[in-house]
Design a protein around this ligand. Structure first.
Ligand SMILES: Nc1ncnc2c1ncn2[C@@H]1O[C@H](COP(=O)(O)OP(=O)(O)OP(=O)(O)O)[C@@H](O)[C@H]1O
Length: 238
């Protein structure tokens, strides 16, 4: 079943230049989708549209069949932003409690503490986020998404800044999320991660979807995601 449906979305910040131009794609339940594109291609703008952080100007966006700006849609999707802004005056436990209340679910603190241990943050769950390093904040964001189990999680560059051990664990956890029938949209410039994880790649360039294909098919045709991107960037059609 389709979990996220993006249809003909265009967006302009200034009313002159289209940052997104007629973007359409969909995300099925139980899948990992890689969202890739050069700097400034519109990935974050698209994500902001999906989560109603900027007002949709044209096209349609549905999450779980609900209009993206409805309360129903807003409980289904979680967005991990590319920055590490978290409420510094809360402990990690308080943060997860708060996030759980926003989504209307009870955070499983025992599971979160266990994930903190596995993410090499044992004993830090009751510490103020203010004292956390950049990587620890990123891992706190990841733990919150893993514990709160939203059907759709959009991860915008959150894997930047975490160490290899945490990346290894994250990949394992993301596969578990997929096996449980939930979906992830992973926005990253790390194509090796996507080749290992993503079922499908959506490539955005200059605000348009120029490739939307299963990863295996794409790698079979081009050799790698990097080659596909380089081929496109160097092509005459651009
Ligand atoms: N608040 C804003 N006001 C005006 N223009 C903006 C705003 N945010 C982004 N833009 C512009 O929109 C375009 C797309 O930016 P966006 O952040 O969506 O790209 P991106 O693909 O996420 O880039 P990156 O890989 O660098 O994060 C860029 O030209 C950017 O300058």
């Amino acid at each position: 079943m389709t979990l996220l449906d993006v249809q003909n979305v265009s967006y302009s910040y200034d009313g002159i230049v289209n940052v997104l131009a007629d973007v359409s794609f969909s995300v099925e339940e139980g899948t990992i989708t890689g969202l890739v594109g050069p700097n400034g291609s519109g990935k974050s703008t698209l994500i902001k549209n999906i989560f109603d952080l900027v007002r949709l100007q044209s096209g349609s966006l549905r999450i779980g069949g609900h209009p993206h700006d409805s309360p129903e849609a807003k409980t289904l999707g979680m967005y991990l932003s590319s920055n590490d802004y978290l409420p510094e005056f809360l402990t990690a436990r308080e943060y997860l409690t708060l996030m759980g209340r926003l989504f209307g679910v009870a955070a499983d603190h025992a599971e979160a503490e266990e994930l903190f241990r596995r993410f090499s943050m044992e004993g830090r769950y009751d510490h103020l986020i203010e004292d956390f390093s950049h990587g620890m904040r990123k891992k706190t964001q990841l733990v919150s998404s893993l514990v709160l189990r939203r059907p759709l999680t959009v991860i915008d560059e959150t894997l930047n800044g975490i160490d290899l051990e945490a990346l290894h664990l994250s990949e394992r956890e993301f596969r578990r999320v997929r096996d449980e029938g939930r979906s992830i949209v992973l926005c990253t410039h790390d194509f090796a991660v996507l080749e290992r994880l993503a079922d499908r790649i959506v490539f955005l360039d200059l605000g348009q979807v120029v490739c939307d294909r299963p990863t295996q098919e794409l790698v079979a045709a081009h050799g790698s995601v990097t080659t596909m991107v380089f081929d496109h960037l160097g092509s005459d059609e651009r």
